[in-house]
Design a protein around this ligand. Structure first.
Ligand code: SF4
Length: 363
């Protein structure tokens, strides 16, 4: 049931604030995504951020490649309540501009800003305005010297690159930052994060970058992030999919749910079905997932096709259904509480699940 706790022992990290969302320390691991609209299309970007917020995004990143995009960011900021991170490469003036417009975090690598006075201008501004920075190293864009030194992106190369940026911030006495060392290869990313986790106490932003399309990318991310999270590494995460960013948030929560790190919404336990099934399990689960997307209360619901595994799964679920001939058995907190007509399962299950969620909300 939902009281199961994760056995994972989390790495101790320093806590920073991204707007009103704490990242690191004992804060819940936050789930973030990034818009893929044109930032200058304010209406489309606001709509996408709101869609991400509806499925639970804690933080959203927006790329700000130009001064026009910075002006658009100002208008977006005014319409959005959750923390926004501006993704900036190289141009320090854009960083200063979005800081003025209320950004909650700057994703900018200090070593890429250029001259010392420009780096100092950005860091001083971040310090004065309480804006954290994310150092984001990516296996696809390692510095040329590091590629020459290591021959290819390696975990050591990613960490050395990250530490160059970390050293710049250290030198300027700025410690409000988090770091990512992403790669599209699972082992490379995992090794880099493990190495980095031993070297700094700042929070880590996890991601398997450019993971791929929806299915393969979700699997790759679940494996990579899962290995790290199981080690206790990671304070915020982004699943990168070549898909609707809304799916990134859903997959991010599914990963945290699977490891019992952070619950949100319904955790469906469903059997794969076989010829013993007494009702259409797959159709029922798919329809319930869609109908109940708005539920944020953590709830374990088992939908099982027959009595082989139905009663057993129901024992460890908040609500459980075990398929039986014509009328399936309904369980609540492991106790059998009634039977539901197999021809009317959907509406009845939806109503029962909603009632259980509001009961838990009031407890
Ligand atoms: Fe088949 Fe029953 Fe197992 Fe589902 S629980 S896969 S219906 S045997």
């Amino acid at each position: 049931m939902t009281q199961h706790v994760s056995p994972i022992k989390r790495r101790i990290s320093k806590q920073i604030m991204v707007g009103n969302v704490p990242v690191g320390g004992n804060a819940p691991i936050s789930v973030q995504s990034m818009t893929n609209t044109l930032t200058t299309d304010v209406a489309a970007t606001v709509a996408q951020i709101q869609a991400l917020q509806r499925v639970g995004a804690d933080i959203v990143r927006v790329s700000v490649p130009t001064m026009d995009a910075a002006e658009a960011f100002k208008l977006i900021r005014q319409q959005i309540s959750i923390p926004l991170v501006a993704d900036i490469h190289f141009d320090y003036r854009i960083a200063l501009k979005v800081a003025e417009y209320g950004v909650d975090c700057l994703r900018i690598n200090p070593g890429n800003i250029g001259k010392e006075d420009r780096i100092r201008a950005v860091v001083d501004c971040a310090r004065d305005m309480n804006i954290p920075i994310r150092i984001g190293v990516n296996g696809g864009s390692l510095e040329k010297e590091l590629m020459d030194k290591y021959g290819e992106p390696t975990a050591e190369a990613l960490v050395e690159s990250a530490m160059r940026h970390v050293d710049i911030l250290d030198r300027l006495n700025f410690d409000q930052f988090k770091v990512s060392v992403k790669a599209s290869d699972v082992f490379l990313a995992v090794d880099a994060y493990r190495l980095l986790a031993k070297q700094i106490e700042q929070p880590l932003h996890l991601g398997i970058t450019e993971a791929g399309g929806f299915r393969a990318g979700a699997v790759k991310s679940a494996i990579g992030l899962g290995m790290l999270l199981a080690d206790g590494i990671g304070d915020t995460l982004r699943v990168s999919l070549a898909a609707d960013p809304v799916e990134e948030i859903k997959v991010g929560f599914d990963i945290l749910k699977s490891l019992r790190i952070r619950a949100r919404g319904i955790n469906f336990i469903a059997c794969p079905t076989c010829s013993r099934q007494e009702f259409d399990v797959i159709g029922t689960v798919n329809a319930l997932e869609q109908r109940l997307e708005d539920i944020i209360t953590p709830l374990d619901v088992s939908i099982i096709g027959c009595v082989v595994n139905g009663p057993g799964e129901a024992l460890v679920s908040d609500l459980g259904l075990a398929g039986a001939n014509r009328m399936s058995a309904l369980y609540e907190n492991g106790e059998r509480v009634g039977r539901l007509d197999n021809n009317e399962l959907l509406d009845q299950l939806e109503a029962r699940i909603r009632a259980k969620a509001s009961q838990l909300d009031q407890e």
